[in-house]
Write a protein that binds this ligand. Structure first.
Ligand SMILES: C[S@@+](CC[C@H](N)C(=O)[O-])C[C@H]1O[C@@H](n2cnc3c(N)ncnc32)[C@H](O)[C@@H]1O
Length: 264
């Protein structure tokens, strides 16, 4: 879970092929339920990535509805368009959405709020583009203290790479306080209507693959010498022992949080 999303087309394809099925797809039905997405509605998927939420919303709204997806990263948008050419895909910033006021019945945002430099501004934009009475639904992840797998994992990385690693690996877990999250929606102009915490899971073929994905493919790799890297993998194997099966595959719990509100 790296903190930047400056991805190439190849990386965007890898995101769609590997990370969407491994982590992101599982949250979509819950997000659609909180948003009240149903037949005939107009829906926007903000920070849509390769479009997993928009695609599912499009199945639900059917031919009488309308779905748009917007993302800052052109490669993500290109892959989204390759997957489903018929939807309205746009390159754009969550802080300045390319839609008029009240264009949608629901705006959704999955696994992205923690990347936005100004989450409050993004929430205001998500509220602006829905009609009064429309819904805004967001999904992020619980804080590290509430993550039975990633909590001990990040502690292990910090032991080997220093405390700066906590900030680098912390992005995904930085917006998990449900009370703050509800307040954000409230201040943006949407009355909070529901929230939920859901324990899902993420799998890696091995501890080495987990360490490679989460550390080896990030700027942290430059801070850990080869010996420390080996020691880190050993430490991670110990702290995550409960989540490693006989074949060596890792299946860790991941806690997601959902908050939805209705535009006043
Ligand atoms: C972890 S991905 C989630 C993508 C998608 N929602 C999903 O569930 O698969 C985070 C996405 O946020 C996008 N993003 C980051 N900052 C953004 C911004 N300011 N405006 C729009 N999209 C942004 C990234 O380009 C990336 O596609």
């Amino acid at each position: 879970m790296t903190e930047t999303f400056d991805l190439s087309l190849e990386q965007a394809h890898a995101y769609e092929d590997l990370f969407v099925p491994a982590l992101f797809a599982q949250w979509v039905p819950t997000l659609l339920r909180h948003a009240g997405v149903g037949p005939g509605l107009r829906v926007v998927d903000v920070a849509c990535g390769t479009g997993v939420v928009a695609r599912a919303a499009s199945e639900v709204v059917g031919p009488g509805g309308q779905v748009s997806g917007v993302d800052l990263n052109p490669a993500m948008v290109q892959v989204a368009r390759e997957c489903v050419p018929g939807l309205d895909w746009r390159v754009g910033d969550a802080g300045d959405l390319p839609y008029g006021d009240a264009s949608f019945d629901a705006s959704l945002c999955q696994s992205a709020l923690f990347f936005f430099p100004d989450p409050a501004a993004a929430c205001r934009e998500m509220v602006r583009v829905v009609r009064p009475g429309g819904t805004v639904a967001l999904q992020t992840y619980a804080e590290l203290a509430d993550q039975p797998g990633y909590g001990p994992f990040v502690d292990a990385v910090v032991r080997h790479a220093g405390d700066g690693a906590r900030r680098l690996l912390g992005t995904y877990w930085s917006r998990g306080d449900v009370a703050q999250f509800r307040a954000l929606l409230d201040e943006a102009g949407a009355e909070p209507t529901s929230s939920e915490s859901v324990l899902g899971e993420v799998s890696f073929p091995s501890v080495e693959a987990l360490v490679q994905t989460e550390v080896g493919a990030t700027p942290l790799a430059d801070r850990i010498d080869p010996a420390a890297y080996v020691a880190l993998a050993r430490d991670v194997r110990d702290v995550l022992a409960d989540f490693v099966d006989e074949q060596g595959a890792v299946t860790m719990p991941v806690r997601a949080v959902f908050v939805a509100g209705r535009k006043r």
